[in-house]
Ligand binder design. Structure first.
Ligand code: UGA
Length: 474
């Protein structure tokens, strides 16, 4: 099928490449000429495992191309996916629909004949209805343009996998329409994917819009739930990781997304829960989502808790201390530092007078742009040079697998703060380090950790159990 994807950021570029991978003839459109030039050259403007390969494969097969000209979209196809960003408003919590509206304004007047626009961005409930009205005003007399919504659920770091093998597909159409073309189109677009048994849930606009924000609100709530419990664990010296394992065995609860630590960040969960609550208020249901404010507050408190824990670990005063922060991205396998708990902690430590040096395997350039006043190093070892404390703020595999021997010769004091509860405390303690974890003590035994099994039933060595529990279980 001939398809276009409007917006070639994280979501759009991945979607365009994955559609080409499924055999479609795809044109990606973005107003950012630099981004388009890079994509045309097979150069992905952000770090996402596996994406560069499929973009290059799409380009060389001729099934994937990019342009900055919306008129080309009109000529190329009659099915247009919309994947532009919906960031948080500058002076409020609502979603800024400026990019969505601009994309519609640029595309619709150029269309003739029958067209289908399928939105993939995360939007507030009611957006489709508003866009349909906008489209009706903008469309020429010889054009008939339908709007449908199929929200995207991909995670950064797993974007390709999540796009090609999603848990489910959702399609929302105009509830008043009796002859929507969207279900047949989506079935054809995703034929290969649907043949593997992945469910397609067909519904109305509002339900589809809500499915996405409800899913992200639930995930954020789950993380803040365990982090709230970890605040209690900190006071009574209980082990929140063991607790999460134990409650996670209850299949109604599940172990995934119950990793206590620095909390959630990134370009999605924080802004989506805020936009959801803001929208609830607009439609007269502010009470319904009042709890999301608490979810947000618990999440933010974890950052200050990490700063406090670090201060305590260096004797109470951060002023003049050298602190190494390992990790800056909001999660591993990503170079995204938007609302990153790791970078926020680094900045707060600096605010209290610490000399902070950050290392991240992929996010150094982005971090420098956002926090130019912090120090940066080219390796974990370099960041830890003469450190009074080392804070592990993002659970990159290289930090999880790091051996105390690597840092012993360079640090000034053997103090390590585990902001993601991802390290093996016994290994660090045996090497003479003062190991402290956010969220309270890790009280299980080394043998207990050893016995933790991955989902395939394999016993993992002690050093990788912590990573396994995050990456496989969570
Ligand atoms: C999230 C959702 O998981 C996707 O389904 C959704 O499509 C996407 O937002 C979006 O709306 O586009 P993403 O932002 O890539 O995906 O990140 P997650 O994997 O959800 O992680 C979010 C944050 O939660 C990270 O900072 C992570 O470190 C943190 N987290 C996750 C925890 O603190 N504990 C956990 O147990 C799990």
């Amino acid at each position: 099928m001939k398809l276009t994807v409007i917006g070639c950021g994280y979501l759009g570029a991945t979607h365009a490449a994955c559609m080409a991978e499924l055999g479609h003839d795809v044109l990606g459109i973005d107003i950012d000429a630099d981004k388009i030039a890079r994509l045309r050259a097979g150069d992905v403007p952000f770090f996402e495992p596996g994406l560069a390969d499929i973009i290059r494969r799409g380009l060389s097969s001729g099934r994937l191309s990019f342009s900055t000209d919306h008129r080309e979209a009109a000529r190329h196809a009659s099915v247009h996916f919309l994947g532009v960003g919906t960031p948080q408003e500058t002076r409020g919590h609502a979603a800024d629909l400026g990019h969505v509206n601009a994309a519609i304004d640029a595309l619709v007047p150029t269309l003739t004949g029958q067209h289908l626009i399928i939105g993939k961005s995360t939007v507030p409930v009611g957006t489709c209805a508003g866009l349909a009205q906008r489209v009706a005003v903008l469309a020429g007399r010889d054009a008939s343009v339908e709007v449908a919504w199929s929200p995207e659920f991909l995670r950064e770091g797993f974007a390709v996998e999540d796009s090609l093998a999603p848990d489910r597909l959702v399609l929302g159409v105009n509830p008043a329409s009796t002859a929507s073309s969207a279900p047949a189109v989506i079935r054809e677009v995703y034929r290969e994917v649907l043949e593997t048994g992945i469910p397609l849930i067909e519904t109305d606009w509002s339900t589809a819009e809500l499915v996405k924000v409800a899913a992200n609100a639930f995930l954020a709530t789950k993380i803040s739930f365990i982090n709230a419990i970890s605040e209690i664990c900190e006071i009574v010296d209980a082990d929140v990781t063991t607790l999460a394992d134990a409650i996670g065995h209850d299949q109604r609860i599940g172990r995934k997304f119950l990793n206590a630590g620095l909390g959630f960040g990134g370009g999605c969960l924080p802004k989506d829960i805020r936009a959801f609550a803001a929208r609830a208020e607009e439609i007269g249901a502010s009470g319904a989502l009042g709890f999301l404010r608490e979810v947000d507050a618990i999440n933010m408190r974890r950052r200050s808790a990490a700063v406090e824990l670090t201060a305590q670990a260096v004797g109470g005063d951060l002023l003049g201390r050298n602190i190494a922060v390992l990790g800056a991205s909001f999660k591993p396998e990503s170079d995204d530092v938007r609302d990153s708990p790791a970078l926020s902690v680094a900045a707060q430590l600096a605010l209290y007078g610490a000399a902070v040096t950050v290392f991240d395997p992929k996010a150094l350039d982005n971090s420098r742009r956002v926090q130019p006043m912090l120090g940066y190093a080219g390796s974990a070892r370099e960041a830890c040079d003469r450190a009074d404390a080392v804070v592990v703020a993002t659970e990159w595999a290289e930090f999880v697998h790091m051996s105390p021997d690597e840092l012993d010769p360079v640090v000034r004091a053997k103090v390590i703060i585990d902001g993601r509860r991802c390290l093996d405390p016994w290994m660090w303690r045996e090497a003479g380090w003062n190991y402290v974890a956010i969220g309270g003590p890790v009280t299980g035994t080394a043998a207990g950790a050893d016995a933790r099994r991955d989902t395939a039933g394999r016993t993992l060595p002690a050093t990788v159990t912590a990573l396994a529990s995050r990456r496989i279980l969570g």
